[in-house]
Structures are given as structure tokens and as C-alpha cells.
Design a protein around this ligand. Structure first.
Ligand code: SAM
Length: 283
């Protein structure tokens, strides 16, 4: 029951986004769902440009931009309407773009058709909010941005394990989470309360169009690095916890990395999927 409840605000936002005729209108009305930008003058071009910049910045900073990315496969968990998926499709040979909401996935395909390489795109609906319908060991990188913090803890950990499953040994994961803060004492229970209001027919659609309440409803977990690392069924090597210089999040046995471009309330788990014990480490 709790888990289904967490999916409802996103499904509702997806339904609301389907009501708008043009991509520009979707960005103006619901762009904040993805990158917090609002405004009557916004265009889908500007929206995608923010994603292009972030894709390149994170890949560079995390050391995930080898020259042969154009032969590689990436899995993006929580692609939304394709803000970053365009950049991934231009960088990688194959992009599995995964999202809870089928409406967002349709928009994602349209966005990539305009600004990326749509022949590189495979869209995957995450129907249960936790399982990726993607083959095992198929990818070189699994990437997730501003998504795992919005899942129930159990689903977020399951998706982290799924990201390790779909990446081949020696490939990498880059997963974004939100850190704890004092305000969580109020934010998390208020979020849970508002999520329950999304169940009221038509009221959910109304709530989805009001930025502050909808954002509260998404607040779901504050997982810490050690909890995520301990939960993974297959170990990671070369683990770095990346964060803003002002944050002090860390993980036992993990290196620390700082980057000004990271939201001070976020942290990233970046690591390599361990090779089986008998395989040489040059794969
Ligand atoms: C804040 S948006 C971020 C989208 C994109 N990563 C970006 O930066 O523009 C979060 C996305 O995660 C999706 N999402 C939320 N919970 C999910 C889950 N359990 N499984 C898959 N996708 C989920 C939502 O539908 C939404 O598209």
C-alpha cells in the first residue's frame, strides 16, 4: 500500500503533462517537475540545454567520459520527459530510458526525436516502481538523477540493486540521492500526508499543478551511503561519494569527491561493478 502511494503523485503529474498540446507548453507548465525552472517564456530548447550541460558535467567530473562512449550503452533511471536523455542519446550508442510513467516516456521519445538521436533510444516503463525490464549485464553505465530520493526507501534500494544487475562487470553506476537535513522532521511526515491526498479523485490533478504541495508529496527517503552500499547484492569497487564542498556526507571505505555543481543537499554514489573473482581486471 505505502509503495503504491508513492507512485501516485508521479503518475498524476504524467497525466497532467499529457493535457498540454506542445512540448513548450509542457515545459512552461510542468518543467519544474524536472529541473525546478518555471516561467511563461521557457522553451523546450532551453530545457534540453540544461540537461545537455548536466550530462556532460557529471560524466566529465565522475570520469565516465572515455572516448568510446559512442559504442557504449547507458541505462537512465527516471528519465522524465527526456531533459537529460537527449544528451545521453548523443553521447552513447544505446540509451535505455526508464520511467514510472508511460506518458513521460512518450514525451521523452518526442524530445529525443527533436534534440537527440532517437534511433539510440529504448524506452522502458518501470511499472512496479522498482524493477527494470532491461537485460542483465547489458550496460556500461547506469545513471539516475533526482529520482531515487522520490522513491520509498525499499524501492530506491531495489532500483540501486537493479542498476548493478544491468551493468556488466567492470561497468559503472552513478546514482544520485538526497542527504538528511533538520527540516526532514517536518518535510517527510508532511510529504506522506499530502501523498495520501493524491488518492482523492480529481483533487490529485489539482495538487499536481501546485508546485509547492506536489514537491512536498515527492519527499520520500533520505538514504545514506552506507545503507545503499550494504544493500547491494554485488559489490562495487572504486567507490566515490561525490558531494558539494559544503556537505560532509561520506561512506565507510569510500573515497570522497567534491564538485561545486552538485546540489548541497544531494550526494552521488559512483562506483564500478566488481569483476567476478577469477577474471583479470582489464575488461
Ligand atoms: C524530478 S524528475 C527527474 C527527471 C530527470 N532525471 C531530470 O533530471 O530531468 C523524477 C522522475 O523520476 C520518475 N520516477 C519517480 N519514481 C520512480 C520510480 N520508482 N521508478 C522509475 N521512475 C520514477 C518520475 O516519473 C520523474 O519522471
Amino acid at each position: 500500500m505505502g509503495r503504491r502511494l508513492q507512485l501516485i503523485p508521479w503518475k498524476t503529474a504524467g497525466r497532467v503533462s499529457e493535457q498540454y498540446a506542445s512540448a513548450d507548453e509542457v515545459i512552461r507548465q510542468t518543467g519544474w517537475v524536472f529541473n525546478n525552472e518555471t516561467g511563461s517564456q521557457l522553451t523546450v530548447d532551453e530545457f534540453v540545454a540544461t540537461g545537455d550541460n548536466e550530462v556532460l558535467a557529471y560524466l566529465e567530473v565522475f570520469g565516465l567520459r572515455p572516448p568510446d562512449n559512442d559504442t557504449r550503452t547507458v541505462v537512465e533511471i527516471g528519465c522524465g520527459i527526456g531533459r537529460m536523455t537527449c544528451g545521453f542519446s548523443n553521447e552513447f550508442a544505446i540509451v535505455y530510458a526508464c520511467d514510472l510513467d508511460a506518458g513521460f516516456l512518450e514525451r521523452c521519445r518526442e524530445t529525443v526525436a527533436r534534440f537527440g538521436k532517437v534511433d539510440h533510444l529504448r524506452t522502458i516503463e518501470v511499472a512496479d516502481g522498482r524493477t527494470l525490464d532491461v537485460p542483465t549485464d547489458v550496460a556500461d553505465l547506469a545513471f539516475s538523477y533526482i529520482t531515487l530520493q522520490h522513491c520509498e526507501s525499499d524501492d530506491a534500494l531495489h532500483l540501486a540493486a537493479e542498476s548493478v544487475r544491468v551493468v556488466r562487470p567492470g561497468g559503472s553506476v552513478a546514482l544520485n540521492f538526497r542527504s538528511r537535513s533538520g527540516a526532514d522532521v517536518l518535510l517527510l511526515p508532511t510529504g506522506a500526508l499530502i501523498r495520501s491526498l493524491f488518492r482523492i479523485p480529481r483533487f490529485g490533478e489539482w495538487l499536481a499543478q501546485h508546485r509547492t504541495v506536489a514537491r512536498l508529496a515527492w519527499q520520500a527517503n533520505r538514504l545514506q551511503p552506507d545503507t545503499v552500499l550494504r544493500s547491494l547484492p554485488v559489490g562495487l569497487t572504486d567507490v566515490t561519494i561525490w558531494r558539494h564542498p559544503r556537505s560532509n556526507v561520506s561512506g565507510i571505505g569510500a573515497a570522497k569527491g567534491t564538485f561545486e555543481g552538485i546540489n548541497p543537499h544531494h550526494w552521488w554514489l559512483v562506483g564500478r561493478v566488481a569483476l567476478p573473482a577469477c577474471e583479470p581486471a582489464n575488461g
